[in-house]
Ligand binder design. Structure first.
Ligand SMILES: [Fe+2]
Ligand SMILES: [Fe+2]
Length: 133
């Protein structure tokens, strides 16, 4: 795969991580359930770390991280609605990362995406536990 195609894929991931970071930070401010709020805040920091890892891969390959995201959806009204939306975002990320790991042939990129994928699975589990609780 050409390096510009790899950069384009990494930038799609970067934008999703930026979106998750912003939504989780905001949700952690307004969630009434303290435990769910602290978990969401900690996971927002993980998502920002994913941005750093992706930006490192992008710039090493001659690209620049795209600091754009789609319109943020803050329609969830309560903790349970926010957790459900966060679970859906994690699921979307998990599906995307799995598909990308299958088609990418750059070992460094695949290694980083596998690490991120593991963390997204853990995030989804953490959110699901709080949704049930
Ligand atoms: Fe992430
Ligand atoms: Fe995540």
């Amino acid at each position: 795969m050409e390096s510009r195609d790899v950069i384009a894929i990494l930038n799609e991931d970067f934008m999703r991580e930026l979106e998750a970071t912003l939504i989780y930070v905001r949700n952690s401010f307004v969630m009434m359930d303290c435990e769910a709020s602290r978990v969401t805040e900690a996971i927002a920091v993980d998502e920002m770390r994913h941005m750093w890892w992706l930006a490192d891969l992008i710039t090493k390959r001659g690209g620049k991280p795209v600091m754009q995201h789609k319109e943020l959806d803050f329609s969830a009204e309560d903790t349970s609605g926010m957790l459900q939306m966060q679970i859906a975002l994690e699921t979307e990320g998990i599906e995307k990362y799995k598909a990308q790991i299958d088609i990418l042939d750059d070992p460094e990129v695949v290694g980083v995406l596998k690490h991120i994928l593991d963390e997204e699975k853990r995030h989804r589990k953490e959110f699901r536990i709080r949704l049930k609780g």
